[in-house]
Design a binder for this molecule. Structure first.
Ligand SMILES: *Cc1c(COP(=O)(O)O)cnc(C)c1O
Length: 306
């Protein structure tokens, strides 16, 4: 576990060890929590920058809105809290985890008047799927667990409850010797991974799954825009697992996973079995953007120093 000095807890920075909740916290029993995953990068100019801070802060508020979990902060206050927490911990690069959860009060399912607590934690975190994953690509397995139907858990909310499904898929994939799960929707089309969106490339055309059963990833949206700006055609379209098998290239996107190539799905090699040219080009462009090396996307970065 990564300890840091401070965690932002309901508006105040508290020492890491003191950021605790009671065991009867509603969210611990029923999954009534929403969260974000955000990254900060060291930039070429010596400052640090949070990637798409406003969009992440707004998505936290939106996730709360979807689940009727009233977060008593504005997106701006969350964004300010994030910068404050990064500075207090002197973290120049790493991962940021805001979480809003239904707190201690009534024990019934109905959250009633229970408080909604919010924390912001930060820690240093390298490549989520391992440093070699970004270069070599990873091996994925179609999960036996379907992604939730669009009318069950609400796929546009990044919620703790949704992650039961993700954990099932991730455990299965890992225990069977794979790195990540490709999850299908309840109609059998490719949806997303346990915490990443998925893209495939075939005959020069980039495809990603539409925003039906998937979370609207901010990395997904950023990569779509960067790819289009580079002149690629990007289609948001449903595709099947066997279309993925015969893709020239495939990759996952997410704040944690960044842009990770997929080199194998269900024991079928994808393309040449390592990151293909389109994936490499997009990956390089992505890292240039997040590290402040491409002025065209300067508005996506919130710089800070300490
Ligand atoms: C967080 C998440 C993603 C990736 O979203 P980003 O905004 O790119 O980090 C994709 N799928 C699921 C289920 C997620 O929870």
């Amino acid at each position: 576990m990564q300890t840091t000095e401070f965690i932002w807890f309901d508006g105040k920075l508290v020492p890491w060890k003191e950021a605790q909740v009671h065991v009867l916290t509603h969210a611990l029993h029923y999954g009534s929590a929403v969260f974000e995953g955000i990254r900060a990068y060291k930039c070429a100019d010596g400052t640090s920058a949070v990637f798409r801070l406003q969009e992440h802060a707004q998505r936290l508020i939106n996730s709360g809105k979807i689940l009727r979990l009233e977060i008593p902060y504005t997106a701006e206050q969350i964004a300010d809290g994030i910068i404050e927490t990064l500075k207090a911990n002197k973290l120049a690069e790493g991962y940021i985890r805001p979480l809003s959860f239904v707190g201690l009060g009534e024990m019934g399912v109905y959250p009633g008047n229970n408080p909604v607590n919010t924390i912001i934690a930060v820690w240093s975190w390298g490549a989520y799927l391992g440093p070699e994953a970004l270069e070599q690509g990873i091996r994925a397995k179609t999960s036996s667990f379907a992604r939730m139907h669009v009318n069950t858990h609400m796929s546009k909310a990044k919620s703790a409850g949704n992650y039961v499904n993700s954990i099932l898929a991730k455990i299965e994939a890992k225990e069977e010797g794979y790195d990540e799960a490709v999850m299908l929707d309840t109609s059998g089309f490719v949806s997303e991974a346990s915490g990443e969106n998925i893209f495939m490339v075939r005959n020069g055309i980039i495809k990603t799954t539409p925003l039906t059963s998937v979370l609207g990833g901010i990395t997904r949206e950023s990569v779509i825009q960067v790819a289009r700006d580079l002149g690629f055609t990007v289609e948001e379209q449903l595709f099947t697992r066997d279309e993925l098998y015969i893709a020239d290239e495939a990759f996952f996107t997410g704040t944690a996973a960044e842009l990770t190539p997929i080199r194998e799905v269900d024991r079928r090699q994808i393309g040449a079995g390592h990151a293909g040219p389109v994936t490499k080009q997009l990956q390089q462009a992505f890292f240039e953007v997040v590290k402040g090396k491409n002025p065209k996307y300067a508005s996506w970065l919130s710089h800070y120093t300490f």
